[in-house]
Write a protein that binds this ligand. Structure first.
Ligand code: F6R
Length: 244
């Protein structure tokens, strides 16, 4: 794609047609959603289509990838807040009980059960039809950092130094960035029937190349997408500049 704008519109079209096809078939549509800077324009476009009247979320069930651990859902930097601001606050016909985001405010003793329940809820919904992903600078998907196993399920993780540095400005200083997060695992992500990973900008070029062309290794968690039968990596020109 020439630029992030064009790429985001194309992704929004895929989301809208997946939702509309499910609605036409009288089925639920289960979406896996990402946060961060990358998907912002996709959500803006989906909100536009919804406001225009051509996109209903009545049959939509969503599961977000991740949330910082120890953060209140109303905190500005929480992914609960992000999703409200960029998508859910603008959608008028979605059942709030169909929105799922890992909880950040949990006692340590509750984490494992919450993670198990998150996995069970995805299964109960029939699995994810379409999963959106961004790409971390060191190759993470969700918050599955370097070294995460292919078999991982929803779990608590320690964030990579690079991830925390990248989030530092949002938190007004690296020292305020949470050290841990709860994320869908790599196996959770790979179970989605269709996956779209988006990346733009030259600072993603090296990682995007390793994701698509490098060896499949837990040192670059996004490289596991090569094993998926229906995953696409969508790049703008700058992010594709490292490809051979
Ligand atoms: C967000 C997530 C992360 C981001 C990645 C890229 O839910 O799971 O993997 O997609 O860190 O972040 P941005 O888009 O801000 O460059």
């Amino acid at each position: 794609y020439v630029d992030a704008d064009e790429l985001s519109r194309a992704v929004a079209v895929q989301f809208a047609s997946t939702i509309n096809a499910a609605t036409a078939a009288g089925k639920k549509c289960v979406l896996g959603l990402a946060t961060g800077s990358t998907p912002v324009m996709v959500y803006r476009e989906l909100v536009r289509l919804h406001k225009e009247g051509s996109l209903s979320f009545r049959n939509v069930i969503t599961f977000n990838l991740d949330e910082y651990y120890g953060i209140h859902p109303d905190d500005l930097q929480s992914y609960h807040k992000f999703m409200a601001v960029h998508l859910f606050d603008h959608i008028t016909d979605m059942d709030p009980s169909n929105i799922h985001i890992p909880k950040g405010l949990l006692h340590e003793s509750e984490v494992q059960r919450h993670c198990d329940e998150y996995e069970a809820a995805i299964e109960e919904a029939g699995g994810i039809d379409l999963q959106l992903l961004g790409l971390g600078r060191m190759g993470h998907i969700g918050f599955n950092e370097r070294g995460t196993s292919r078999e991982s399920r929803t779990h608590m993780v320690y964030l990579d130094r690079v991830t925390r540095l990248d989030a530092a400005s949002d938190f007004f200083g690296e020292q305020h960035v949470p050290r841990r997060a709860i994320t869908m695992g790599i196996s959770t992500i790979l179970k989605a029937r269709r996956i779209l990973l988006m990346a733009f900008g030259e600072n993603k070029a090296g990682t995007a190349a390793r994701c698509v062309e490098g060896p499949i290794t837990s040192q670059v968690p996004a490289s596991f997408l090569q094993e998926h039968p229906n995953a696409s990596v969508l790049l703008d020109l700058a992010a594709s500049s490292g490809l051979t």
